[in-house]
Every structure is written in C-alpha cells, then in structure tokens.
Design a protein around this ligand. Sequence first.
Ligand SMILES: Cc1ncc(C[n+]2csc(CCOP(=O)(O)OP(=O)(O)O)c2C)c(N)n1
Ligand SMILES: [Mg+2]
Length: 335
Amino acid sequence: MSTPTTVAPADQIDATSVEQLFRVALKIAHCDERMQKEVKAGGIKAATYPVRGLEGVCAAIGLALEPTDYLVSTYRNLGDAIAKGMPLGAAIAEISGRETGVAKGKGGAMHLADVAVGLMTTTGIVGAGLPIANGLALASQMSSDGRVTVVTFGDGATSIGAFHEALNLAALWKLPIVFVCQNNGWAEHTPVDEYMAQTDIIAKARSYGIDAERVDGFDAVATLETLGRAVSAARIGAGPRFVEAMTYRLAGHTSTTDFSYMDKDVLARHRADDAVVRLRARLAETAFDADAAEADVLAEIDAAFAFAASSPYPDQREAHTDAYALATSAPEARR
Ligand SMILES: Cc1ncc(C[n+]2csc(CCOP(=O)(O)OP(=O)(O)O)c2C)c(N)n1
Ligand SMILES: [Mg+2]
C-alpha cells in the first residue's frame, strides 16, 4: 500500500459513511480477486468480468441509494450487486450456477438480479440497460413511488444507439433516473481515445440538456458526494442526472483473458492509488480498526464461496420452471 495522491475533504460525508464505503469497497475488491482466482483455476465455470477499479464507485452508489431504489447494471456487475445488498452467498452461488443462487442458478454471472434488494437486472448487451432503466424510472414517475433508478454502464456504452435514445427520452420526460458511466478507460482491448470521437462523455449528456458531473471514481467520498446530489435532484423531480466516474480497469477484460497489452507502470500506479487504498489512508487518521474490518470481510467471503461450492446444481427437471411466464388467458379473452 502506498501513499495516496489525493484525499477529498470530508465536509459533507460523516465518519460512519466513510467506514461503510471502506467495508463495501474492500469486500468488493477481495471478492473480485477471489472470483478471478476461482474462475482461472476452473473451480467456478462462468464468464466473469473483473470489477477491480470500480469498487469505490459501486460502494458510493450503494450508499447514495435507498434500499427500495432501483439499480440496473451490466455484465461487470459483482461490485454493483454487493453494494446494493445482494446476499453474498446467494450471489456467488448464482454465478456458480447453483440452486441456492438468487435466481436458482438459472441467471448466472451475466444476469445477476435480485428484485428483493432492488438490483432489477444486469445485461451482457452493451448499452441495453439504459432503456430498461428508463422503463423502471417511468413506472416510478407514473406511480409516484418516490424511487430513483440508477443505471451503470461503461465508457464504451456511450457510443451505442440505445445510450442516446435513453438520454433523449429521460431528459424529455424528466425521469427520476441517474446515469452513471463507469469510465474504466477501456472497451474490451481498446483504449477510449482509439475508439471514441467525442471523449468528453459528459458533453454527450449535456447535449440532451442533462446536468452532468465528472468525478474521480477512485475517490469514493467525492463520488458519494456527487452521487448524493444527483440522486436527491432526481428524487425531487428535477429530472435525470448524469455522473461520469473516472476509474481505471485494474485487471483484464474478463477473468481469464490476457491483458499484457496494458501498460504495467500505469496499472501499478493506479493499483497503488485505488479507492480502497485511499479510504484506508483516510481511516488511518481515526480510531477505526481497518484490519479487524478486513478480517471480517475475508471470513464472510470464505463462507460465501464455501456455501456456493457445497450447494447442488439445479435439477435438470427444473430447467423450464420460472423461465417462462405462464399464459394467464387465451388471446381472445384478452381483447
Ligand atoms: C451491443 C454489444 N456490442 C458489442 C458487445 C461486445 N462487448 C462486450 S463488452 C464490450 C466492451 C464495452 O466496453 P465498456 O462499455 O466501456 O464496458 P467495460 O467492459 O469497460 O466495463 C464489448 C464491445 C456486446 N456485448 N454488446
Ligand atoms: Mg470501459
């Protein structure tokens, strides 16, 4: 662990929130490292996408939202799922395809969803989450349920048609939604400046009349402040907000792909200055026992992976159960 380069002023955020950010970010980082190890070793057979580098942003989203608010995420979803409160054992079991998973093992890594905690869906189609999230936000607007929807997506998604369609409608209809771009500098194996003509991502949001802010995603406290403002605005009916969190992908695109094309010095610099490192440094100035918190987190992760590994796979006869909606009436009767 090295000295952080920047530590944001904690004017708005109380000490308990900083501790909570640390616990969640640390849990995400350790869980992700463990997942990458298990997948590489073949113990867990799933396509997983490392979230190392995003943990401060995920933790901030979890804290900025109420438990009843909605979150829509992508295939790079483990951090978002943990931050939104998905039970860890059931999350790892789902990724491992076990019947004790949040979707009885039938959704898997790419479709982690748990309506009970408001993680409404995650998708492998780049950009596809945004229109779905608009639908959730529209339902909240129509029913005045007071919920805010957050949708996360990568830098690459901002070049997708669905991104622009979603921003346009959200702005037009003043939907209670916060768009959170998790800019990790890469889309698969291509850096942002080699595939994007307009790299000023918040300019894309502003072109639709949406208030947009850019924040250092490795600074979880600043990210929480920024997201807190955005969520409050969306909740009081001020329309959509957009946050671009600047991070860096600290691993390969997937858990198993080669990433030797990434500059090792740049990676090392970011790893030494990530969200967990900075939160730990901030907490070192307080009475908080970070080592005890880390021991708790590691024990919880061990238990979650053990629970998943000891759970059975779903019975073959269950393949179609819960997979299709039952027709409730004949087509004639619906007219
Ligand atoms: C519509 C669509 N096009 C292409 C792909 C293939 N693909 C999977 S991940 C990815 C990169 C997306 O980059 P970004 O949005 O920055 O997300 P990140 O993986 O960096 O989190 C691509 C192109 C896809 N899944 N969906
Ligand atoms: Mg990216």
